[in-house]
Design a protein around this ligand. Sequence first.
Ligand code: PBG
Length: 331
Amino acid sequence: MMGGPSIRPRRLRATPAMRRLVAETRLLPAELILPMFVREGLTEPMPISSMPGVVQHSLDSMKAAIAEAASLGVGGVMLFGVPEHKDGVGSGATDPDGILNVATRAAVAEAGDALVVQTDLCLDEFTDHGHCGVLRASSASATGYVVDNDASLERYREMGIAQAEAGSQLLGLSGMMDGQVAAVREALDATGHPDTPLLGYAAKYASAFYGPFREAVQSSLEGDRRTYQQDPANRREGIREVLLDVEEGADIVMVKPAMSYLDVLSDAADVSPVPVWAYQVSGEYAMIEAAAANGWIDRQRAVIESLTSIRRAGADATLTYYATEVARLLR
Ligand code: PBG
């Protein structure tokens, strides 16, 4: 008998064709969702310096980008509005003529039924203080205020109705207020929108990786969101948030960010009876771009590997700024 192992996993790695055949995880354009920023008053798209290759769209450039994504089989787009004027309660969010609602109507008309038009349901792009909810003065807090959970829910209800009436096909609740899914569900059901589905950003962490997004939406936030977004130290709490959103009626739940939270994503995929999505956020994109621009990593391989890892950890679909590019690669 010759020496050496009889069991050799390398047999299945020997050729590209064999590796392709035994791959456990595949990426598909239909499972990719493109986040898009639409800025009020723009006539030309405007680059976002911390996210090379990503822009703030004008309405026209948004429509063109949606048509392109649709033609490549991308599953959906997630719209974020960047308004010209902000105030304490985020009035622009509930104004039917506010940029996000205007963009939604234009996006739905452009997309037809080629992809799912989704909208960010959160106040932070619309408030002058940059928080995801409305504030209440509080002497008990070092900042002199707290983000008022239940008053914010009232605004979310109104925002949900405005978005449903603008034609949004999936509302992405990203504000991390307790009870937000139940509140918006109830508001939609009471106003003739029982068929509008809700995506709960269920396990959303207070992350440094949202940094470039702040530039993308010209956020006016000072301080942080640690009193409502989750502590990065907590894994068990991610499961709790996912289960709560499911109980409240979320049709889909999300884990965010993605790559630093693959354990939470895996947990969510284990327990959730509804689809689980992940968001590869702005800082994850920026890190790949910066390292690649320096010649320190192979950009395309890093993009595919990062998205494959998110899929492998349990994401049924992924929001990624690479959606259109990867859909083209996969063709
Ligand atoms: C809140 C929201 C944020 C992101 C998506 N929705 C910012 C935040 O919570 O601070 C971040 C997305 C990204 O970084 O790509 N409306």
